[in-house]
Design a protein around this ligand. Structure first.
Ligand SMILES: Cc1ncc(COP(=O)(O)O)c(C=O)c1O
Length: 316
């Protein structure tokens, strides 16, 4: 999302807000706007202080001693928070040929767990699983499925409407990625109404998001056309980056459904990192990932930023 556009919105909203008041009306407004944007009921939603905080609420609710099944690699923050909450982790490896897991292996572990976590598209590999795999897991009615759709605006499909069919589905979403509001700390989940109400009233503290962030989120979500334009640009640039990188020697890359590209470095990790640094390109240095070797996650930026990334990779 365009930085100047967001700064102007922030200043305009700051002038309108009465900071002496608790943000009750702003909460109501954001619930209403989100409900229209997603075409799900307001009561199916819970707004929180970034999806990281919502993960915390969900893990508090789930409690220690339970087991989660998840693919590896996946969003490392979720894995470390499970460890902190005393939740046992059953990791099912993704296969580097396909970025998907052996289906029977995952299902057999999921059946013995109380929780499944899937990131769709997956951070860091960038791909979405076949929708039928997620549906098969959701048929395990006693297993709570957290589907993290942080990057879904860049992807092929969302399961948001499936909360009407599956009571065991909780979908995590955020304003931090496609909406460009990472600094405002706003996330939300979509679930069945009973679960959303339970977490809102029994687990979450009151008013976790401040007035300015709420006002900004309301303003951004009313500019759907602007968001779509930015997402389209990122998708075009993602394809360009993919095509250029996939022709490079000794780098393996994958088509992505997110706003980043995942690469395997085949013995060139050090020289790639050094070259990216010397060109002033910041990336996520993932290091060694089980089955994949050393890997990097490159966020798709503006055309100029992506040109710098391509030059840096060409110089290795
Ligand atoms: C998969 C995934 N979920 C959640 C988050 C956190 O989002 P938020 O900024 O809403 O806490 C991230 C951020 O990197 C992420 O990659």
């Amino acid at each position: 999302m365009d930085r100047n556009f967001l700064s102007q919105l922030a200043m305009a909203e700051a002038n309108k807000i009465d900071l002496r008041k608790y943000p009750l009306d702003l909460y109501d407004n954001l619930y209403e706007s989100l409900s229209k944007y997603l075409r799900v009921g307001e009561k199916n939603l819970l707004i929180g202080n970034g999806s990281d905080q919502i993960i915390e609420l969900l893990l508090t609710f789930i409690g220690s001693g339970k087991t989660v099944t998840l693919p590896t690699p996946t969003f490392s923050y979720f894995v470390s928070r499970c460890q902190l909450h005393g939740i046992k982790i059953s990791k099912i490896p993704l296969l580097p040929e396909s970025n998907t897991f052996e289906r029977r292996l995952f299902m057999s572990s999921a059946k013995k767990s109380q929780l499944v976590y899937l990131c769709s598209p997956n951070n860091p590999t960038g791909n979405q699983l076949d929708r039928s795999i997620i549906q098969e897991i959701l048929e395990l009615k006693d297993v709570l499925v957290i589907l993290d759709e942080a990057y879904v605006e860049f992807a092929k499909y969302s399961m948001a409407r499936s909360v009407e069919k599956y009571d065991n589905l909780v979908i995590l979403r955020t304003f931090s990625k496609a909406f460009g509001l990472a600094g405002s700390r706003i996330g939300y989940f979509i679930s069945n109404k009973r679960f959303a109400k339970f977490i809102r009233t029994n687990v979450q503290s009151p008013y976790p998001v401040n007035s300015l962030s709420l006002a900004l989120a309301i303003s951004v979500i009313s500019n759907v056309q602007k968001i779509n334009e930015c997402v389209d640009l990122i998708k075009r640039e993602r394809q360009r980056l993919y095509e250029r990188i996939s022709k490079m020697d000794r780098i393996i890359t994958y088509q992505s459904d997110a706003n980043f590209i995942f690469i395997r470095c085949n013995g060139k990790y050090k020289s790639i990192i050094n070259s990216l640094r010397s060109h002033g390109v910041g990336v996520k240095e993932l290091g060694e990932l089980y089955g994949y070797g050393k890997c990097i996650r490159i966020t798709v930026g503006t055309p100029e930023m992506n040109d710098a990334t391509i030059s840096a990779l060409n110089d290795t």
